[in-house]
Design a protein around this ligand. Sequence first.
Ligand SMILES: [Zn+2]
Length: 175
Amino acid sequence: MFKEERDEAKFEWTMLGDVAHGRPNLGPKTEVAVYRLMQFTLRDTLIKEFGVAVADRVFYAAGKTAGMHFYQKLITRRGEFHEFVEDLQEILKNLGVGILRVEKADLGNLTFTMTVAEDLDCSGLPVCDEEICTYDEGFIAGLMSTYMSREFHVKEVDCWCSGDRVCRFDVTPVA
Ligand SMILES: [Zn+2]
């Protein structure tokens, strides 16, 4: 599963395992700090070993793979944009990922601005004048690209870490 060399993503949802079977007493939840500990030590190590640009590229790509599989596995309302968004909002809230809002949606030009409040990745972090939610950028790109069946690029423009109270993402189609 993780010991074979590969040139392309081979992630499958089954790699997440049967949590109910494996954790009959502890259940499916953990602390946000534990999730962040994993993410930020991994990111720290990637930066140390390979530099910021590679670390960002890895995080964006991983987020994108996650978004694509998240869509395929969990999103059931795949019709109108507002239905997709309502479904996504409910799932992200129920899973404790964050509170998603679509601030602007231009369905003609396919440009969107989305915000996530109480974001799993960054809400409450020290302010450092950086937008740090690279994984989320990829995650939203993966969701939108799969839903729309075309490529999207996502850039975070405001973040808890840059002093905002929500993370704000510009979503644009790749020409
Ligand atoms: Zn952020």
